[in-house]
Design a protein around this ligand. Structure first.
Ligand code: 2AM
Ligand code: CA
Ligand code: CA
Ligand code: CA
Length: 276
């Protein structure tokens, strides 16, 4: 079984559990704040994913969101601790937990496999729509088995871009408003659906032209970054440095609008956008 097949198997199993609980009332706990939620379904889904992967690859390491304490420092430390593993799985059992809790139908499972810190296989699975976005390094990106490509827009004026407002205590939510103030007059429009991973999958599938967001973690970005690249797009941090599993401020686009987005974000930075 390939790494991608393992990832898909784990994502679909977790997705089944998530779908089964989607309509029910959820028991919610606060992590770092009332903006930062977790449910029993997040934890159960992560356990399903861990069990599935470790049954097939008992010696591999897993970096999963719900196995890490809340907060930026703990997330950074956990990533550094895991960098030395040759075979590392980076797992977000539910990306879009706030949406899941409120019944807003935009959340997914994200699973990436990294070999020596390089993401080489990834799946993003949307259990409500039964959409399975997959990619392997050098082999392209797919939606339910059909090849996908980023969109062809050339200019910001014709681009639909997305962003998000992380819950982190560092004020990233407020800081990103500067980015929106800068970009929204230049783009066709801006969306904020609340699932970074699904937004990346949508860039890969050509449903969005680009996506940026601050203060994200490895598990939000690993699978989606590979999807976008394999679909012909570009992924860097918001200052233009190429993607690495430690990137927290992300910019992913169809490639065409990447320079223009970087220019706008650079100007936003002058106003305090993107500290940390
Ligand atoms: P989650 O649902 O897995 O927590 C929405 O803007 C994005 O931010 C989602 O991908 C969400 O992932 C993520 N997110 C939520 N809380 C966060 C936090 N405290 N710090 C960083 N990212 C967070
Ligand atoms: Ca979370
Ligand atoms: Ca997430
Ligand atoms: Ca999550």
């Amino acid at each position: 079984m390939s790494m991608l097949e393992t990832a898909v198997k784990a994502a679909e199993k977790a997705g089944e559990r998530i779908r089964a609980h989607a309509a029910a009332a959820k028991k919610v706990r606060f992590k770092s704040s009332s903006h930062d939620l977790v449910t029993e379904v997040d934890q159960a889904a992560e356990e399903i994913i861990r069990d599935t992967i470790l049954k097939i690859h008992p010696s591999h390491a897993i970096l999963g969101e719900e196995g890490v304490e809340a907060g930026v420092e703990a997330s950074r430390a956990a990533l550094e601790e895991h960098r030395s593993f040759e075979d590392l799985w980076i797992v977000d059992p539910i990306d879009g937990t706030t949406n899941f809790v409120h019944g807003f139908p935009m959340f997914c499972v994200s699973i990436a496999y990294a070999r020596r810190q390089e993401v080489v296989a990834g799946v993003i699975y949307d259990p409500l729509r039964d959409e399975r976005f997959t990619a392997e390094k050098g082999k392209g990106a797919f939606l339910n088995g059909e090849p996908i490509r980023v969109s062809g827009e050339e200019r910001l004026e014709e681009s639909l871009v997305a962003t998000g407002f992380p819950a982190g205590a560092g004020g990233a939510r407020q800081r990103n408003v500067e980015g929106i103030l800068k970009l929204s007059p230049r783009c066709r429009n801006v969306r904020a659906g609340g699932s970074a991973a699904l937004h990346l999958a949508y860039v890969a599938a050509g449903r969005l032209t680009g996506f940026w967001e601050l203060e994200l973690n490895a598990w939000d970005l690993a699978a989606g970054s590979l999807l976008v690249r394999e679909a012909g797009g570009e992924v860097t941090d918001t200052a233009g440095t190429p993607y690495d599993i430690g990137v927290r401020h992300i910019l992913a686009t169809n490639g065409n609008i990447h320079p223009a987005m970087l220019k706008e974000l650079k100007e936003a930075r002058a106003t305090g956008f993107e500290a940390q």
